[in-house]
Ligand binder design. Structure first.
Ligand code: PMP
Length: 284
């Protein structure tokens, strides 16, 4: 049976539990990471752990282990479950407290590591591209809570996801307070126009995606011009290509936004090239 790490111990997956007084459950008070392993090795593990600790620091959670210990616990959990190509969910909650908000009443943050498999979208969408709609829900403003904090409170994203599902789409686009493109419910977004790769900057109010960073690096290495620049839906409607990035989704083409075909309405050459480079990187 799958073994789940909870506060330094391993439990069968149906016995891995946290308290109903855990503020992660009561208030979404916690942070998390989602990562992938390829051939038994976690992709960009140190970057994910660094982001986890930055998220925790930002919300004043003191994780009771070092980043090195967290890396080791992640690798150990993966090895124990003999997972080669899988998905890892790392969760740190504020811990068990009282029914009030006061984080000082929570004694110890809970650390949970789950390793499993994940298939976010059917294969067909990786071949033909997915369709999206723009959500009326605006991405949480950095003035409220920075989207760079990967917190356990994902209701903003879930509200947008529901809009996408109700419109018959698998993903939804979120704009920021200024009406600029931010990101999707669980992925960053890229467009290609006249051979230039563009993605919103971190100041647009987005999660600093590790796949996003990987794609920027791969593109630059391949001689593709990359611009981290603010843009609007007009730029997507008139783009040649569009794709999304995320640890779970990897790279997936987008062929329609708000019922308008993007470019030829089929995944484009730059997208295919980056997908190929990404696959080579993670498997090599
Ligand atoms: N944006 C959001 C809102 C996310 O939840 C995620 C991760 N699922 C991403 C972007 C992509 O980040 P990463 O590439 O680090 O997985």
């Amino acid at each position: 049976m799958l073994q789940v790490y909870v506060n330094g111990k391993y439990y069968d997956k149906d016995k891995a539990v946290v308290s109903v007084f855990d503020h992660g459950l009561l208030y979404g008070d916690g942070v998390f990471e989602g990562m992938r392993s390829y051939n038994g090795k976690v992709f960009r593990l140190e970057d994910h752990i660094k982001r986890l600790y930055e998220s925790a620091r930002s919300v004043w959670i003191d994780i009771p282990m070092t980043q090195e210990e967290m890396c080791k616990a992640t690798n150990d959990t993966l090895a124990l479950n003999q997972i080669q190509n899988g998905y890892i969910r790392l969760v740190v909650t504020r811990g068990s407290g009282t029914l009030g908000l006061d984080p000082r009443k929570c004694s110890n943050p809970s650390v949970i590591i789950i390793t499993d498999s994940i298939a976010l979208y059917p294969d067909e969408l990786y071949q033909n591209g997915l369709e999206m709609v723009t959500a009326a829900t605006i991405r949480t403003s950095p003035a409220m809570l920075s989207p760079r904090v990967k917190s356990l409170n994902y209701l903003n994203n879930i509200m947008a996801k529901i809009e996408g599902i109700q419109a018959g789409c698998d993903e939804a686009l979120l704009l920021n307070q200024n009406g600029e493109v931010a990101e999707c419910t669980g992925d960053n977004i890229f467009i290609v126009k006249d051979g230039v790769l563009m993605t919103p900057p971190l100041v647009a109010g987005i999660l600093g995606g590790i796949t996003r960073q990987t794609v920027i690096e791969l593109a630059k290495k391949a001689g593709i011009e990359v611009q981290e620049t603010a843009f609007t839906r007009h730029d997507i409607y008139s783009a040649d290509e569009c794709f999304l990035t995320g640890s779970a989704a990897e790279l997936i083409p987008v062929v329609k936004l708000d019922m308008r075909p993007i470019g030829t309405g089929k995944p484009g050459d730059v997208t295919w090239k980056l997908i190929k480079l990404f696959k080579e990187l993670v498997n090599g």
